[in-house]
Design a protein. Structure first.
Length: 149
């Protein structure tokens, strides 16, 4: 999978260098972002959403703030089918970071505020996508990106 990420970086990302610092263009935010491992995964997930899930830029928001209890948190990616309906909440981690129970707890806590139908955790190597059953308070793991409604 790391080879897949290298292919993705070299063939699909718009990169630039300024004074020895690398940047990645985010077409959702319409600006260059610092090149780091988590941002690469964020862009990889956006690429998959657009090319496999057929989502439009207008359906996707990236690194937006939300108020959680007394603090401000930032989610990585949120997909909405309409302006009011959160559909997929996504947490991105570095490829070298293991996905642990703490990661599942984090996205579950964020989803208490956002109330998305699907959750997706990715480090670019492992992807966990699950549907939220709010009534039974359970998660159903699925093997595909939920398609655009």
């Amino acid at each position: 999978m790391m080879n897949t990420l290298h292919i993705f970086i070299n063939n699909f990302l718009k990169l630039k260098k300024n004074r020895e610092k690398k940047y990645i263009f985010c077409e959702i935010r319409k600006r260059y972002m610092s090149f780091n491992k988590e941002e690469v995964i964020r862009q990889y997930v956006i690429f998959l959403l657009k090319n496999i899930g057929h989502y439009k830029n207008s359906n996707i928001s990236v690194e937006s703030s939300m108020k959680m209890y007394e603090s401000i948190k930032r989610y990585d990616v949120l997909v909405r089918c309409t302006k009011k309906n959160p559909y997929i909440l996504i947490e991105c981690k570095s490829p070298y970071q293991k996905i642990t129970q703490k990661t599942f707890d984090q996205i579950s806590m964020y989803n208490q505020i956002i109330n998305a139908s699907f959750l997706w955790i990715s480090n670019g190597i492992k992807n966990y996508i699950f549907q939220v059953n709010k009534h039974k308070k359970k998660y159903l793991f699925i093997k595909h990106i939920p398609l655009r409604k």
